[in-house]
Design a protein around this ligand. Sequence first.
Ligand SMILES: [Zn+2]
Ligand SMILES: [Zn+2]
Length: 376
Amino acid sequence: MVNQVLAAVAWAPKQTQLREFLRPEVPQDGGVLQVETVGVCGTDVANYATVREPRILGHHVVGFVSGLGAEASRRWGLHEGDRVAMEEYIPCGQCKECRRGRYRACPFTDSRRGGLRYGNTPIDVPPALWGGFAEYLYLHPNAVLHRMPAHVPSVEAAMTLPIANGFEWMDVECGVRFGQTVVIQGPGQQGLACLLAAKSLGASVMVVGRQSSRHRLELARQLGADAIVNVTHEDLSQKVLDFTGGDLADVVIDVTSGGSDPVKQSFDIVRRGGTVALAAYKHQTIPAWDVDQVVAKSVTVKGLRGHSHRSVEMAIDCIADGRFPIHLLNSHHFSLQDTDLALRTAGGEGEPNPLLVAVSPGLAQVKKGRHSNPSS
Ligand SMILES: [Zn+2]
Ligand SMILES: [Zn+2]
C-alpha cells in the first residue's frame, strides 16, 4: 500500500507546490479515496487567486474507495474499490439547515468560518488531504458520496457537480416541465449545465451569449439548444418573441458574470407569471431596479446556489445515460504535475478556449496544454 501521497498544494496566490503527505489512517467511520479525476471549478480559480493558508484545492472529485472503516462501509453501503463522485460539503447532519435537507447551507461547511469543505480546507487541519488535486483524499465520516457507474469516462464523471447545479436550478428550484420555454443567459459551464437539465426535462431552450462567447454558443447548439442568440449582433427581445410565438419565456435564468444588463433584460423577456432565476454574483448593486415590472408581471424571482443530494443523483443519471455529447464540455485534461496550468487555464490565463478543465493524478505528465481527446 502507498504510504506517501503526492498533492498539489496552493500555498500562496497563484502558486502551487507539489508536496508529499502521509497517507491518512483509516478510521472506523471514514475512509480514503484514490482520486481518479477532479474537475476545476470557478470557485477553485477564485480561491487560487486569494489563498492565504496553504491548502489542496479541487472539489469536483470522482475516484475509487481505497480504504474504508467497517462502520463507514455499513453506513455508506460501500466497499473498497467502489467508484464514487463526491460533493464538496461536509455537513454536520444536526443543524437546522441539515434537518431541512439543505445541507449545502450548513454553517459547518463554511470554510471561511472554520468549517470543513473539500477543496478549501487548510492543510494544517489534520489529515491535510482535503482536496482533489492529490493522489488520495481523506473521506470524513460526514462526506457525501454518490455511486458512479463504471462505464462513464472519468472526465465526464468529474462534471457531476456543475451538471447537478443545472438540475437543481431547472428542475428542483424552477420546476421546469415538458413544453415550457427556458432562456439561459450565459453559455459558460453553468449555463450549459442548465441547458442539459432543461432539455432532459422536455423544455424548449434558447441560450444567449455575446460575440466573445460564440464558440460556446455553437457548443450549446451541439448539446441540443433549440435556439441561440448572439446579443452583440441580434435583438434579444425580438428573438424571444419569435421563439415563444409572442408568449415570452416561462423561465429565464441569468448565469452571466459581471454586467447588470442581462438581469434587467431577464424581466423584459419573461412572461406574466413566469420565473426569473439569478444564479451569478455581480459584485455590484443594480440601480433603477424596476420593482413595478416585477409586480405587474407577477414574476417569481429566485436566487440560486449549489445542489442537493437529489440533483446530484439526477446529474449522474444524465451523464450515465449518454444521450448528450457531454464530452464536448471538457476542453483540457492535465496531469497532477500540471495543476497550476489547469487552474490558470480555467481562469483564462493559461491555454486558450477553456471550458471545463480536468486533472487526473493518474495521467502521465504530457506536453503543456494537451487538449483532451473526446473519446478518452
Ligand atoms: Zn464547484
Ligand atoms: Zn449542519
